[in-house]
Ligand binder design. Structure first.
Ligand code: HEC
Length: 150
């Protein structure tokens, strides 16, 4: 299943202008049908939105509005990119939240997938629901193509 999804994301990102591909990408995006592998889309559809599956917006907790951002990470739009890309992890010395070109070693992905060796919990902290495999693949794709500020 994951392999097939990877193929779809790979193909569709390469040919994003093709209508057929857009359709498949939106299937992959599941409860956030507009999700694309760009930072602005991830920001809008994942970080700042509660989706139709009932998954919390990250910015319910990761905000500086009225509180100290949970985990020392603020995902509000003006600062989210710099809080993630090449930024050190608070909970683990030496780890980086998003390493352009390297989704496997990006701590953001490890936290979203709930890898066994993370510090603290799988995100969102109050899940399930967590992100779907398809949503995570689209975020992985954005990192794989260099995590552009787009
Ligand atoms: C209900 C509150 C809550 C929600 C919603 C939430 N988080 Fe968190 N997050 C936390 C807390 C608390 C921590 C610190 C404890 C831990 O890591 O388990 C944290 C830690 C993190 C860290 C680790 C930061 C570091 O440097 O150690 C990342 C990355 C992260 N969250 C990303 C996300 C993303 C992306 C989402 C949305 C998909 C999300 N979180 C949703 C509360 C939340």
């Amino acid at each position: 299943m994951l392999k097939r999804l990877s193929l779809i994301v790979g193909l569709c990102v390469a040919g994003a202008a093709l209508a057929a591909c857009d359709e498949k990408l939106s299937t992959l995006a599941g409860p956030t049908p507009g999700l694309e592998p760009t930072f602005s889309s991830i920001q809008r559809d994942i970080f700042e939105s509660t989706d139709s599956a009932g998954r919390s917006a990250c910015t319910n907790c990761h905000t500086s509005t009225g509180r100290t951002p949970a985990g020392g990470i603020n995902l509000i739009h003006d600062v989210a990119y710099d809080q993630l890309v090449n930024a050190p992890v608070r909970g683990r010395v030496g780890a980086i939240r998003v390493i352009p070109g390297d989704p496997d070693n990006s701590y953001l992905i490890q936290k979203l997938e709930g890898r066994a060796d993370i510090v603290g919990r799988r995100m969102p902290f109050n899940g399930p629901p967590f992100l779907t495999d398809g949503q995570i693949l689209i975020i992985r794709r954005w990192i794989a193509i260099g995590a552009p500020r787009n």
